[in-house]
Every structure is written in C-alpha cells, then in structure tokens.
Design a protein around this ligand. Sequence first.
Ligand SMILES: [Zn+2]
Length: 232
Amino acid sequence: MYGVTTAARKRLSRQIEEFPEYAKRTHLPRLLPPHMKALFPAALALIVLSVLHAEDKPKTDPKTATAPVIIKTEDEWKKILTEDQFKVTRQQGTERPFGDIYKEFEKQGEGTYFCICCGAELFTSTEKFHSGCGWPSFYDSSKAKNVLERVDNSHGMRRVETVCKRCGAHLGHVFEGEGFKTPTDRRFCINGVALKFVAKGGQAPKLLEPESAEVQKKKDEVAKEGGEAPKK
Ligand SMILES: [Zn+2]
C-alpha cells in the first residue's frame, strides 16, 4: 500500500466523508429512492478501494526492462548455482540480513564484485560503504552498463530493483536520498550470495558468453515443442 501517497489517501477519505454533502447538491440522488442514496458513499468507497488495490499488483515497468543476453532455463541455472544463489538471483529472493555472507563481506578488503551467475563486473570495494542495514551496500556500481535498475512494485512497495544486465540475475534494490555521506547518497542494497568477490590482483571469474545463434535456435525450437531444452 506504500504506492499511494498519504496525501492522496487523505484526499480520498475526505471525499468519502464529504460525499453526503456533495450528494445533496447534485440532481442525480434526488431521482433515486432514499435507500439508494444511503448506498452512495459505500459504493464510492468500494470504487476507491479497488483502485488502491490495483496499485498494489506487482508489475515491471516495460520502458526500463532490457532483455538479457545470457539466457538459460531454470534447470540450467540450478546446475551452476547453489540453492541459495538460485533462490535469490533467479527467483527474486532475499537473503537473511547480518548472515555469514554479510560478515564475510564486512571483512573483505580491496577487490571486485562479479555477478555470481555470469561473471559480469558489478561493484568494487571503492563503492562499498557501511550502511548498517545487514546487506552488502555500495553507493554506486563500478560498471553501470552491467547493472539495470527497474521499478519493482512487489510486496506492496514501490522500489527500484537492481538486476545484472547481462543475465537478468536479481541482485537487490537501490534506495536514494537516505542521508548517507557518500558521493551519491544512493544505497545499492545487494544480496551477498549474488556476488562473487575477487581480491585485488586475483583472477576474475570466467565471463559466461551468450550461446551461439545456432544453439539458441535449437533450444527455442525444443521449447516450442514443449520438451525439455537440450543439455549443453
Ligand atoms: Zn549476470
């Protein structure tokens, strides 16, 4: 319900309360029998409620959605990810705050954070900061071209989801204007399981490449026939 502003809510409830006064000034209710007049505020309230409810349905802003270049079936992702990694990155899950991964994150020094699914660079220790929220926090991405931000209206909240642009992995959310003394005053609140940390000087993970057009075409054909995608 956070999608509707308090001001809008107050305005709507005021309109409901003032309705009997409004009804007296209009002609339509005069044409109706008294018991129907009594139903007017209730009917208006119902309409208002259904509009508010419609605002709550999860939806993705199609204008900002971008198709990833790495496309895999759920089964394929399950083979290369742990259960926790799969739940967070492929099913929009959220890891427990202040967990073991977070404790590890707090101890990590200089280095780079890559997408656990496809190996794309997402953040570095330069943008890392301590927010105290219990999840890895960064004030910016290190490679903006790899991080997609899109509106997420799920769970009755309007938030901005952060996603790996190459493979569509859910990373977390980004919040702004919270008053953190960082160069951007933005907080990329990221699930630690979605990240692969490589300390400075270490070997970057292998970047997953898109499948050849031929393989992808074959997979699409199999999918269309309703069968299981061929194993790689
Ligand atoms: Zn990725």
